[in-house]
Design a protein around this ligand. Sequence first.
Ligand SMILES: [Zn+2]
Length: 414
Amino acid sequence: MFEDAPIDSLLGQVRGYDFESLPVVETGFCRVEAIVALDRVMRAAQAEQVAQVAALYDERVHLMGLGQGDPGLSVIGELGMARNIGPTAAGTQLGLALGLKRLPKVFELFKTGVISEATARVVVNETCSLSVDDFPIADAALADKIPGLTTVRARQAAARIVIGIDAEAARVRAQKARADAHVSMHPDADGMATLRVHGPAEQIVATFNALDTWARGLRATGDPRSRGKIMSQTLVERVLGISSADAADVEVQVVMDADTVFNHGDTPADLVGYGPIAPDVAEEIIAKARHRWARRFLTDPVDGTLLARDARRRRYGGPINAYVRARDRRCRQPGCDCTIRDTDHIIDFQLGGETTADNGQGLCKRSHSIKHQPGWTVTSKGKATIWRTPTGHEYRSDPPPVLPRDDNPDHLRQ
Ligand SMILES: [Zn+2]
């Protein structure tokens, strides 16, 4: 029912449609039609956004000139802050934008809502190793094949097309993919976290099977722990080279407010590098930390940010470094939530910037590079930093309240 409506007016048509006036049996039919039509609207909007990203990139290349910085990095930074997304997501969008420029027919399917962004992305990934001359052939073949396919099937179809055109390019791509291995950490609820390992399938399968076999063996001889718990603890023990996962020799930084520490209050604590945890969980972690480094930080009773410490030196290190990282917790570039890798002088040391907490900010490697791209400036304004991009857009970054006052249960109950 909405198939013939032009995309530009579809949203208005769906919003204005009088679903309630229909008999109940027909309403469901019409709603499904509307849901499908809205998919076209969303895809068209996503494609338009991607086209704008590609155009922005071209302008950055033009403005920066050769050897004057990295236009891709600049665009990733600008996108991340404008859209409030992380650099990985911004980088993925830029990669899609650049890839679709080489596949105009596929791009047209995306713009008209025939294929989803996920499908466009897998097609771009599968074809990335083709030579310039082969792109038009692949583009025509893909435009013919992928409409109506699921994302998984579109990926398979694209892989077959690439192998058919250039088997060597497909081999190079597979080799490149297998060289890309990484490990990442993701915080979960209740003081737990997930370790994710991405690597060649046979190595990951072998690792999993070894843990599984070990755990089943221990269970068979009477170990009362669950199979999952044995696997998790064995992994920790073998990686850290210790005999018990509970004896892990790590530095624990827990931030708690004084009321919670002394009066058993219920303000959530903060495990640095992870996030909020229940005060009881914090006590348990501290209790287990008998042989370990433990740092205690005080929070500002008014706004919940960490109180400053004094230290002056050329480089951030020792307590002041730990302090800045505990205060910022995640990369301070607006929109970026990556792990902090560098403690940066907001005003360069060479330009008179002091090695103080106020002039320091925790950044990930990528944001640190973005900050030094042509046309970018970062200045401080009290506790906040102001990021200014080449377009003149400004984004403010405040240190997060480590123990947000508004999250205090007493505030929430009111
Ligand atoms: Zn960052």
